[in-house]
Design a protein around this ligand. Sequence first.
Ligand code: ADP
Ligand code: MG
Length: 254
Amino acid sequence: MSGGAARAEAAGGTVLRTEGLVKAFGDHVVLDGIDVAVGRHEVVVLIGASGSGKSTLLRAINLLEPIDDGRIWLDDEDISDPRVDADRVRARIGVVFQQFNLFPHLSVLDNVTLAARRVHRTSKAEAEASGLRLLERVGLADRARSYPDRLSGGQQQRVAIVRAIATNPELLLLDEITSALDPQLVGEVLDLVAELKEQGSTILMTTHEMHFAEHAADRVVFLKDGRIAEAGPPEQVLRDPQHPDTRAFLSRLR
Ligand code: ADP
Ligand code: MG
């Protein structure tokens, strides 16, 4: 193999893969055999009704939810192996949830640099220089010394995204990151996600913003009662859904 081909192969590949993932709360089976894969630089959007298992799936992948069966691979590592160090795995995954989860007692810059300094042992000066560069990129450098409660919800979510990417994670998990925002603030957050995609981030996310999914997703996965009812490119799943449950779900949104 030529050097170029070897590099191309190393750059591609599958970042995340789940196989037969099962999760139950008591006798309520919430994930019922989920096989999902996210390739490098791919954006995969999970859709489905409330309660279909989207958040549980993201939490399971981030090892916040013990699974009952199946496997999860991050790159080539089986992270569902119980002997795996969950903190070490989580350090390779960036996560943003619906509710603003910035630390209220820390400045924007300290929020952004905390993980780099604590988990990755980057020096304060280095972490702050790179944190400021990232904040600059998203137009929030002038808020570096502000506290989260001085920011709009949209700005807070952009900071949360910056914090999630500050450690160069291999995978980003975004769970309804615009659902708690006023409608006029949704765009600035989704624009940032689209920009991350352009820059090559690998993203698994849930959203109810179908317009965004249609434009930014490489693949859309429709979950129904803990199973994948339909998956494919957005123009297929969203424009020409084959499964009656997908059709019913989409028509309720319109
Ligand atoms: P979604 O994100 O698609 O709305 P969730 O993954 O949050 O769905 O929830 C899927 C199902 O699992 C729901 O019925 C929810 O009530 C249930 N569930 C989620 N977390 C827990 C928990 N910690 N204990 C019991 N049931 C839970
Ligand atoms: Mg959810």
